[in-house]
Design a protein around this ligand. Sequence first.
Ligand SMILES: Cc1ncc(C[n+]2csc(CCOP(=O)(O)OP(=O)(O)O)c2C)c(N)n1
Ligand SMILES: [Mg+2]
Length: 340
Amino acid sequence: MILILILILILILILILILILILSKLFTKPCKSLINQNLGKSHWLRNYLPLQLLTNFQEMADIQHLKDLVSQVRRDIVRQVHAVNSGHPGGSLGCTEFIVALYNEIMDHDPSFQMDGKNQDLFFLSNGHISPVFYSVLAHAGYFPKEELNTFRKLNSRLQGHPTTHEGLPGVRIASGSLGQGMSVGIGAALTKKLNGDDKTVFTLHGDGELQEGQIWEAAMYASANHVDNLIATIDVNGQQIDGSTDTVLTLGDLRKKFEAFGWNVVTVSKGNDMESVIAGIKEAISLSRKRTPICILLHTVMGHGVDFMMGSHEWHGIAPNDEQLAEALKQNPETLGDY
Ligand SMILES: Cc1ncc(C[n+]2csc(CCOP(=O)(O)OP(=O)(O)O)c2C)c(N)n1
Ligand SMILES: [Mg+2]
């Protein structure tokens, strides 16, 4: 009798737990935005336990969704590159958390896409060779149909190996691939926003090998001299480039000291493949913006992250996996949101 009672009690507890989970999925998002809209950052009600639990539940659900998206995007990357036996999986896999976080947690942007991006946060991919991750994130955000990822690097496709504006792919505002140019473009866009009284932020992404381009340092000098404080430039510090490690090809020295010497504020994200750390790092960078100084995020990532045999080596900078390697890569990154 007591055993049956205990079993019933456990059953009821499990049911209550399931109910709480369902309710939290349904109601916490609207609650969270209501709280954010109506309560100041330091309002005493924020410390009220049920409210805290509610927002914590939502944050956990959001992070899980972002991690699912990361797994799906990694699948898209290796599948795009494998299908045409060309492209750049290494840097794409390493920057997945960052670009997923930007488009799904950080930026205020509109997938219906206007080229001038007025009153929206903007992102410019300067290391254009990592287009597979960029295209996948844009497609999942609703800029164009996911099925179009099937056309990656094909003749007449809008998804060229390196992004171009000529083909009119929504989400792409500059042609990139010729390394070194994206920071200059970002500065121009950031200054334009200031002139227009547009208070949104401009984000750029660069490879660490890309920093060997002189134009980067001309732009860096210009940005601080002109107080371009609505620009956040992120460097993918994976220590690798096309022909080997950055240390063996042309060592970069102390990047923090270099950017600081050029008058920038620097945020270091030492775990650039950990979603929570990436989000925290970008938010810290945003909190440093609008203080008359441009901001740089040194994002330490692992080239090829998420596919064990691709990780940490320049070998996977720009080659495609064969059939067996693709199968292995897909096994390590489960299908979470549906393959294209
Ligand atoms: C101006 C210019 N010079 C050379 C190249 C050839 N190139 C393509 S990717 C690459 C390596 C860049 O290294 P990094 O920025 O660290 O990218 P990762 O290998 O980490 O993806 C080079 C030299 C280029 N695309 N543009
Ligand atoms: Mg690199």
